[in-house]
Design a binder for this molecule. Structure first.
Ligand code: CP3
Length: 346
């Protein structure tokens, strides 16, 4: 499959090397609990995974933020943990407690059903196709997966942790176990991203939310190399595929991540200095970010000033406006509208 994008999707154009000022804008976790219409669809679906696997409801939820705000892109509504689920692991989302998985051990890796992943994720691919059909022509559709390390941290611990100690300890004690798990996640994730691109996604993003806890060796082995492998596999199947990498908390290692993974853009969390992004990263790749999501909760002049600083520093180069991490449920809806209006004003 060759990628031949219709012209005029600003976000795709920036990934292809163009500069847009004002820049395109979308927000990580833009569909979610801060929207009453999301909470309604969520209640109708019953469980969170049922929502992810119901193409009618998932497509509706994907489009909700686009109806409310003048955003450039919709992001597929799903979750990074559908991959372990499709691999045959038990995954549950308990209200108020976050995800719960049965922790995986070394002896269980061989049984992961990599070859069945895409087949089991057909409902999600159906959502992609439905959204692309309903989305206005000029808007970009973003697909995504979790990066192998971040997905592995949940599979090994069985739940979210603050420091990913269970996965780091597993990597220290039994690196062959973690390597075998990561290898399977690379294959499953690449096949899943190819499926999303073939179903109609214009761009895909790889979320490595927990890359920041790794030491130098671990960063290379569990973040850089697996991400580069996914990018290469996806581009073998879909030449020219546009890919954004968001590795949170990696600081100065963003330079190596931008240079060695092959992604078209790097996501910046809110701790990344804007001067560093402008001088060290933007010459190599597009950058995306990096407003602190809590500034969006607070709103007011502080929000306006932070937005202006980001635009001043980055809008002269290849840039996509976003938050530095996902939008939080406490975010007032009017602050999101205010943010988008301010960016559009240029
Ligand atoms: O709007 C979008 O961005 C698309 C949908 C999306 C969700 N999760 C929906 C979701 C995306 C892109 C994700 C990615 C995701 N999921 C990540 C990477 C990005 C990040 O935030 O770091 C991670 C680590 C997960 C795993 C996950 N899913 C956790 C830890 C939780 C519980 C915490 C929470 O926010 O509740 C989820 C659940 C989840 N995924 C919700 C949503 C809207 C909330 C669940 C609910 O509605 O009950």
């Amino acid at each position: 499959m060759f990628v031949n994008h219709p012209p005029g999707r600003a976000l795709v154009d920036v990934l292809a090397g163009e500069v847009r000022n004002p820049p395109p804008v979308w927000l990580m976790r833009q569909a979610g609990r801060y929207l009453p219409e999301y909470r309604k669809a969520r209640a109708e679906a019953g469980s969170f995974l049922d929502l992810c696997y119901r193409p009618d409801l998932a497509a509706e939820v994907t489009l909700q933020p686009i109806r409310r705000f003048d955003l450039d892109a919709a992001i597929l509504f799903s979750d990074i943990l559908v991959i372990p689920h499709a691999l045959g692991r038990s995954v549950r989302f308990l209200v108020g407690e976050g995800p719960q998985l049965d922790p995986i051990g070394p002896e269980e890796v061989a049984a992961l059903e990599v070859e069945r992943t895409v087949e089991r994720l057909q409902p999600v691919l159906e959502t992609v196709a439905r959204v692309r059909e309903q989305l206005p022509q000029e808007k970009t559709l973003i697909g995504f997966c979790g990066a192998p390390w971040t997905v592995a941290t949940y599979m090994i611990a069985g739940h979210g942790t603050t420091d990913q100690a269970p996965a780091r300890l597993a990597a220290a004690r039994d690196p062959d176990f973690v390597a075998a798990l990561i290898e399977r996640l690379v294959d499953a994730s690449a096949a899943y991203l190819v499926g999303q691109l073939e179903a109609g996604a214009d761009v895909v993003q790889i979320f490595d939310s927990w890359a920041g806890v790794l030491d130098e060796d671990g960063f290379r082995r569990w973040c850089l190399e697996p991400t580069a492998a996914i990018v290469a596999k996806v581009r073998t199947a879909v030449p020219g595929a546009r890919i954004i990498g968001f590795a949170k908390g990696i600081g100065l290692r963003l330079g190596a991540y931008a240079a060695e993974t092959g992604v078209d853009a790097v996501g910046l969390d809110w701790t990344v200095p804007l001067d560093y992004a402008r001088t060290e990263l933007q010459p190599k790749v597009a950058v995306q970010g990096n407003l602190d999501p809590l500034l969006l909760v607070a709103g007011g002049d502080g929000l306006d000033r932070a937005v202006d600083r980001i635009l001043e520093a980055l809008a002269g180069g290849r840039f996509i406006f976003n938050l530095g991490h996902g939008i939080v449920p406490e975010t007032p809806i009017e602050n999101v509208a205010r943010l988008v209006a301010r960016i559009r004003k240029g």
